[in-house]
Design a protein around this ligand. Sequence first.
Ligand code: ADP
Length: 400
Amino acid sequence: MAVVLVVNSGSSSFKYQLIEMDGEEVLASGLVERIGEERGRAEHVTAGGTTETTAEIRDHTAGFGVMLEAFAAHGPSLEEHPPTAVGHRVVHGGARFFEATVITPLVEINIDELAVLAPLHNPGALQGIRAARAAFESIPHVAVFDTAFHQSMPPEAYTYALDRETADKHRIRRYGFHGTSHKFVSEAAAAHLERPLTGLKQIVFHLGNGASVTAIDGGRSVETSMGFTPLEGLVMGTRTGDLDPAILLHLQRRAQLSTDEIDDLLNKKSGLVGLAGANDMRDLTSRAEAGDDRAQLAIDVYTHRLRAYAGAYLAQLGGADVISFTAGIGENVAHIRASALRGLEFAGVRVDPDRNSSVRRGAITRISTDDSRVAVLVVPTDEEVEIARQTLAVASARVP
Ligand code: ADP
């Protein structure tokens, strides 16, 4: 029986899941946070309940010690369910990693070097990898990159119309993110429809706090809305998405904002929060229903952008067979799904209002009408299971 430990590590916290692969069942999950602060905190969740501990957790190595203690004290026993491999989520694989990869010292160096492109993410992932490799010495560790799925994009999709020399020198191109989720959802959609992945043209909307949309042809990403960083594309919880880059110059020259202030503005103070002061769609929806104009405008800007991308990707793919919605907003907010596809009947997209408003939580649901040429689905994403699947596949294929 194969068991995979999935680790998603940031600079001051990490999350984990222990997954039994036959039934893809989560045996335990948890979180270690406030690493490096005086009072660290850990949470361990099993079928028997949740336990919490607080203590100083000096670094990631100490964090893995806390995790191992939680397994020993509250189960499940790692002797009875020994992990076959450890899968690590890594945000940026640059143009170097186009698939999940067994971690070697050279791979660690590459992930470190790619921190130039993902300064907020790759260093934390690397700290987690190093600590986990020390805690689980004898089994393979695999890096699963958010960018890897999008390495199949053709040059015309990933190249910015920027001076070639400057772009090449600084490795500026579209990389795309959320790849693990887009891959999982497109495969789950094909399986649900009982149609081969290779014959399907798909559009996947991942609408969480971060949001992106991907056009997938025969199982390969051919275009995605996030670009050089996860800032480009759709309107998000706190990020602008697409913006005229001259606005940045204007803010520097006229408003005298510093680089850090602009970074903060675009990534943390914009999007739904910037437009309406909140990024929770439940909150915005009830405010809009009560007549709040700011909340209504935020929703309208959000869905206007979704429709623009739906249209663009339908054109790039030459029509679609499947459109899927996933993540917090995609899975839970019917009016956003309806608005995202409004006016696309001419392209064969017909959403059934009753089906759309009665989606079962956690299940794949078809929300298009029976006569809709395009199947529209709500597909719960599971990035941990996808990381575990890829980890097991790569670890099993490894030449010992
Ligand atoms: P991420 O993983 O990117 O942090 P999620 O996929 O968990 O985000 O999505 C978070 C967002 O989903 C929240 O900002 C919230 O607006 C929205 N969301 C989650 N559940 C619901 C719900 N039941 N109704 C409305 N919105 C929801």
